[in-house]
Design a binder for this molecule. Sequence first.
Ligand code: GLU
Length: 312
Amino acid sequence: MTAAPDGQLPLLLERIDRQARERFGLGRVADYIPALTDVDPRQFGLAVALVDGTCHAVGQADVPFSLQSITKLFTFVLAFRSEGDGLWRRVGREPSGAAFNSIVQLETESGIPRNPFINAGALVVTDILTSRYAHLDYALLGALRRLAGEPRLYWNARVALSERQTAWRNLALACFMKSHGNFDNDPELVLDNYCRQCATEMSCLQLARATRFLARGGRGDTGDPPVISADQTRRVNALMLTCGAYDGAGDFAYRIGLPVKTGVGGGIVAIVPGVASIAVWSPELDTRGNSVAGTWALEALARHTGWGHTGF
Ligand code: GLU
């Protein structure tokens, strides 16, 4: 794998920052969670956390944004760490090819969601963690604060409430899985946890740091024990590559070729194993719910550094 030549990464990021902003106006901010529309759509941030501990950032990389589905990556890591392969009894690991909040496959697949990154799968993961932690919301926040090295992280209470008050489809998914025996807790309780989780805010810089362990075989920034094993890390990255961008996952693999996780807040995290973790954010989304300028920026970064398409 090639890295950007020494000293050229900051210049490349500045160019990408300028050109990404030319994509403003080509997408739409998510509005099915009303409070998400509060954001100024014309923003772009990009941060690259290299495995040696250095970070490079451009644009609004220090502005906190709503992580939304990116939190599914962290809850999946927590559940995979505690359940191991037993997790796969409750959720699959195949791309869905359907919208992130689709209920269609659940009907034909007996309440077992395709993967942990679509809403149904993430709800099962949050159900598992709700059984494990007395206060999952604070347990998750604690884990994220440690990973990001930022003790002031929090969820946005207004966004959490706005999603909770309009979460009919997610409630339907949870109730449907409950009827199939694939849900242990009260769906309303799990929804409370899920909406707080999704409303967690981080900046690109914090997110790139918080996911650096996925580029370092599971080892975090401190001398603490690894977050997950090297073997589990490979599997998390594989799942991100195949399932991390909803029904756009194939297109992402084609254009970028890196493990990613996207969210409807406009954030995307991408992993370059052994090299770097990348966080990019711009609120306007394409029709599949992925950031327009963020996707473009990752494609440009992968092309100019040679970071994508590992092993092809
Ligand atoms: N909280 C959002 C939902 O459940 C997350 C969706 C996303 O980011 O893809 O609809």
